[in-house]
Design a binder for this molecule. Structure first.
Ligand code: ADP
Ligand code: MG
Length: 731
């Protein structure tokens, strides 16, 4: 079966049109062709498919490829068919085929035409197929996305468990297993489950030097995202959320704020999903907001950012999803928002699952928390998680994360590490990190009691520190190889030689304290407050002057131009364009265009002269839930519907309806309610009110109006008159 170099390169060129093998491809293919079991760990996009496609084609017999997703199989088969004259060279065998199609596949296999057969694991278990395959010459088995075998992976599929059973029934042949994410634990699982412990392992580096990693506390995340995206106008990005509802919500917020975004989740029908995917690929939409369903098999090379609006359930998922950024080698910015509350939600969700699944889920979540809270090199942390050492000073992409760019001060923790490792040793290396921390903090648990540890000298010996501190010590001891999490028991800490040596002769150990997000939250809130509350009183005074002038120019009272709260919002956010102005509280687009010019010119000049740092992110429109009501009100008044009926139709009280109408007219939209008012209020009285507002009134306050007309009209009638007035004179 062995082939020599020259031939392989030639085949590569002939069949695939590539001049060179990528990474370890050639060595992998050779090893497989030599009859070895092979285990391939290679990041997404590394070129795993070719590692079984090429040998399948040059080998005698049929290669069986197990792959979890029907959609992906189809793509691959189409690609292979594209390189051969023989359509039957590759086939899919799964539940999507009808009887005739299935028979065609089996015939092609029997006739030796087919070299590659993609099967879903559940099809492989069918008795009739097993019998059939026993009569076929099999070249090898390829197990793609092999991490699906392990329940410790992020994508466990129970059907994958049976694979070894079946391949043995069909006949033992070499196996090639491939995955883009496998922690040491998962790798171990895969090899055991497939009975390929002796496999030759090829592990490519998982480092993606061009990706920048950042975690931010999840405060005003939507606002932060809009600012982030606006600084990257026209660039492609993906935003991941955990629920369909969030996807829809975020998409709407982005759209309202002028970002071209489309939603993508399993709740949309296939046509919509395909459409949105195409829009993203063809760059008719910059941003796709998606649940994790998006991205499998999608290869857009120039995705410039991946945002996790919700923190993912596992670091495997996180790595895969962030991995979709920067495929072309350009920078990919990976921003995740972290709030411990989200973790608690996910934990709650897990509590409904069977025990084993829950255990696994919680462990995976723990790692996510550790990653989010760590202050060390995120790249080092992530790569360590996948069993790879990384030099955070000189490694490729070393500076490409928030923690490395803004390093926290290191503190000496030699004494504490000694304390921690002493405890680890003293408890015979049988505890997990959380339990060790509990002992130090003097907290009991079933396990701690069962070992009688509440009587040990260690119990409560670390109380002057807090949980977070000891967690940090533990995590960093692991990452710096003083101890490790045992693969078998997933999480029990064991000493490494470095740790044992340290216990004999402690040498300096420094840590960076983890981010404390509970703390950060308070600070960020405060920050927001000062930023949002920074009302510029001087500017307000100037703006009031301008309002007067503009009023004179248009011959209407100043309050009909913009109301005080609008001026105050301007003096907080400093809008300098009509677009920005129309995002100011109580200012609609119509009014912004009609009266805004003098205001923005003045503000622009004021900002310049006083060297003011404008908040860039204020251009933020909330999705107004009531906007449907507004449209309804405008349409209904156009049709001269009774206000009582309008209110009833929307389940509002009259007062609520009036408030909505006020907000409509103050934002600059016309509402014609003469038909209603004329029936209600005497015409002379109407004229009096208009004249008063036009000539005498200091403001449009209800107080002033009530003082003047309270004897003749009730409050609602006065409000109606005010609505009419603003609508008539200002809009
Ligand atoms: P993976 O399964 O590891 O995510 P794929 O097998 O889908 O990656 O390959 C990713 C891309 O790399 C594909 O577009 C493929 O055509 C390309 N590719 C694979 N091998 C080579 C090679 N030797 N030279 C150039 N491009 C390659
Ligand atoms: Mg692949």
């Amino acid at each position: 079966m062995a082939q020599n170099n020259i031939q392989l390169t030639k085949v590569l060129k002939q069949l695939f049109g590539f001049n060179q093998f990528k990474g370890d491809q050639e060595a992998i293919i050779k090893s497989l062709l030599d009859g070895n079991d092979v285990f391939v760990l290679m990041p997404t996009g590394g070129g795993k498919s070719l590692c079984y496609q090429l040998p399948a084609i040059v080998s005698d017999g049929l290669a069986i490829v197990v792959s979890p997703l029907i959609a992906l199989m189809k793509n691959q088969v189409d690609a292979i068919r594209g390189i051969s004259e023989e359509r039957g060279i590759a086939h899919v065998l799964n539940s999507s085929l009808n009887k005739t199609e299935t028979n065609q596949v089996l015939t092609d296999i029997k006739n030796g035409v087919t070299k590659l057969l993609y099967v879903a694991p559940e099809s492989l278990t069918k008795e009739e197929y097993i019998n059939f395959f026993q009569s076929v010459d099999i070249s090898f088995y390829a197990i793609d996305e092999a991490h699906c075998i392990s329940e410790w992976g992020h994508d466990f599929r129970p059907e994958y468990r049976n694979i070894q059973n079946i391949t043995e029934k069909i006949g033992k042949r070499p196996i090639i297993a491939l995955t883009a994410t496998a922690t040491p634990k998962v790798q171990d699982d895969i090899q055991k489950t497939l009975g390929m412990q002796k496999a030759e392992v090829f592990k490519a580096s998982f480092n993606r030097p061009n990706l920048f990693y950042e975690v931010r506390p999840k405060i005003d995340a939507a606002k932060q995202m809009i600012k982030f995206i606006n600084q990257r106008k026209g660039q492609s990005g993906i935003i991941y959320c955990l629920s369909r509802k969030k996807v829809e919500e975020i998409t709407q917020i982005l759209q309202v704020n002028g970002i071209s975004a489309v939603p993508y989740h399993a709740g949309l029908d296939a046509k919509k999903r395909a459409l949105h995917q195409d829009m993203f690929l063809m760059e008719n939409a910059d941003v796709v907001v998606a649940t994790i369903a998006f991205g499998m098999g999608i290869d857009k090379p120039d995705v410039r950012f991946v945002i996790h609006y919700d923190i993912p359930k596992s670091l495997e998922g996180y790595y895969q999803e962030t991995g979709r950024a920067g495929r072309d080698g350009g920078v990919g910015y990976c921003l995740a928002f972290y709030d411990y509350k989200d973790i608690e939600k996910l934990e709650k969700f897990l509590s409904g699952k069977p025990v084993s699944e829950r255990e696994v889920g919680l462990q995976l979540l723990n790692e996510v928390v550790a990653y989010a809270e760590t202050s060390m090199s995120r790249r080092k942390f992530l790569l360590h998680y996948f069993g790879e050492d990384f030099d955070e000073k000189n490694g490729a992409g070393a500076m490409m994360d928030d923690n490395m760019q803004n390093p926290k001060e290191k503190i000496d923790a030699t004494q504490e590490l000694k304390q921690f490792l002493d405890l680890l040793k003293d408890t015979k290396e049988m505890l997990k990190l959380n339990d060790l921390v509990k002992v130090l903090m003097g907290k009991s648990s079933v396990i701690i009691k069962s070992y009688g540890l509440q009587d040990s000298a260690f119990f409560g010996s670390g109380k002057e520190r807090d949980d977070t501190f000891w967690q940090t010590i533990g995590r960093q001891a692991v990452v710096q190889n003083y101890c490790y999490k045992e693969v078998e028991s997933y999480g029990v800490l064991k000493l490494r030689d470095k740790g044992k040596k340290f216990l004999e002769k402690p040498s300096e150990f420094k840590i960076v304290k983890d981010h404390d997000y509970s703390q950060l939250k308070v600070e960020a809130d405060d920050l927001n407050k000062t930023a949002a509350g920074a009302l510029d009183e001087t500017l307000v005074k100037h703006l009031k002057e301008i309002r007067k002038k503009v009023g004179k120019k248009h011959k209407i009272p100043p309050f009909a131009i913009f109301q005080d709260p609008s001026l105050e919002d301007m003096a907080t956010n400093y809008p300098t364009s009509i677009e920005e102005l129309s995002n100011i509280y109580g200012v609609g687009e119509g009014k912004a265009k009609k009266f805004g010019k003098d205001f923005i010119h003045f503000i622009a000049q004021y900002v310049e002269e006083n060297d003011i740092d404008r908040p860039e992110d204020f251009v933020f429109k909330n999705v107004v839930n009531k906007s449907t009501n507004k449209v309804f009100i405008i349409k209904s008044t156009d049709r001269k519907m009774d206000l009582e009926d309008i209110a009833k139709a929307k389940g509002m009280t009259m007062e609520e309806l009036l408030s909505e109408m006020e907000s409509i007219v103050y934002q600059g939209t016309k509402l014609n309610i003469d038909y209603y008012i004329n029936d209600l209020i005497d015409e002379d009285l109407q004229d009096e009110v208009v004249e008063f507002l036009m000539e005498e009134a200091e403001s449009d306050s209800m107080k002033e109006l009530l003082d003047e007309f309270g004897d003749d009209m009730d409050e609602n009638e006065i409000r109606l008159m005010r609505i009419k007035f603003i609508s008539d004179v200002a809009n």
